[in-house]
Design a protein around this ligand. Structure first.
Ligand SMILES: O=C(CO)[C@@H](O)[C@H](O)COP(=O)(O)O
Length: 220
């Protein structure tokens, strides 16, 4: 059994009432903020000015997931805004090591994300440079999709590589995480779970967070 983190995705929140929506997930480990630019993914959400305000009103850390082109240019400002972690996509970054170092020196954790179809092996050398590896378990862009079991072997390989390297890197999964699928992801070695619709779609988000945490901790 090991400690698991539950980070609700605010993509499933009511964007007209974000302060109240943050209050509903105050028992979570962090709020997962999906920044989409309508280029890297076919959807558009929010950007730095909104994140800066969320940083001021949130009682829990912000876990930023940048689904954008050219993160080398845009990501450091999120770290400078005080966000706890800033995750960029391997498929979009031109100099991932340099960017990860820049994020860390600006005071945030550096996260590297890969799409479901992207192999993890080419990025394992980067593990000493990052604090979190995000294996997407749905195609990025939208909430409410089905968890892709085909990603489980990749989660297992990533978990083994992280363990072999000393276990300093968190392994996050994002997409289709429910009380049922979280068990498989935790058994495969993930320890940080992003859940949007299964938290915000519940009548009691705090109870949903507790149930997800319990299921993941028991399975890990
Ligand atoms: O990054 C994404 C989608 O691109 C996710 O954070 C989703 O927003 C998770 O939502 P659910 O699959 O849990 O509904």
């Amino acid at each position: 059994m090991s400690r698991c983190c539950i980070n609700p995705s605010i993509l499933s929140a009511d964007f007209a009432n974000l302060e109240a929506e943050f209050a509903r997930i105050a028992t979570a480990d962090a709020a997962h903020v999906d920044v989409m630019d309508n280029h890297f993914v076919p959807n558009l959400t929010l950007g730095l000015p909104v994140v800066e305000r969320l940083q001021e009103i949130s009682s829990i850390p912000l876990d930023i997931h940048l689904m954008i082109q050219d993160p080398d240019r845009w990501a450091p400002a999120y770290a400078e805004a005080g966000c706890d972690s800033v995750t960029f996509h391997a498929e979009a970054a031109t100099a991932p090591i340099r960017l990860a170092r820049e994020l860390r020196s600006a005071g945030s954790k550096a996260g590297l994300a890969i799409r479901p179809a992207t192999a993890v092996e080419p990025y394992l050398d980067l593990l000493p440079e990052i604090d979190m590896l995000l294996v997407m378990t749905v195609e990025p862009g939208f909430g409410g999709q089905k968890f892709l079991d085909v990603t489980l072997p990749k989660i297992r390989s990533a978990a083994e590589a992280i363990k072999a390297g000393g276990g300093q890197v968190a392994l996050q999964v994002d997409g289709g995480v429910t009380e049922e699928t979280i068990v498989r992801a935790a058994e495969a070695g993930a320890d940080v779970f992003v859940a949007g619709s299964s938290v915000y779609g519940a009548s009691d988000p705090a109870a949903a967070i507790a149930a997800l945490r319990e299921a993941a901790t028991t399975a890990s």
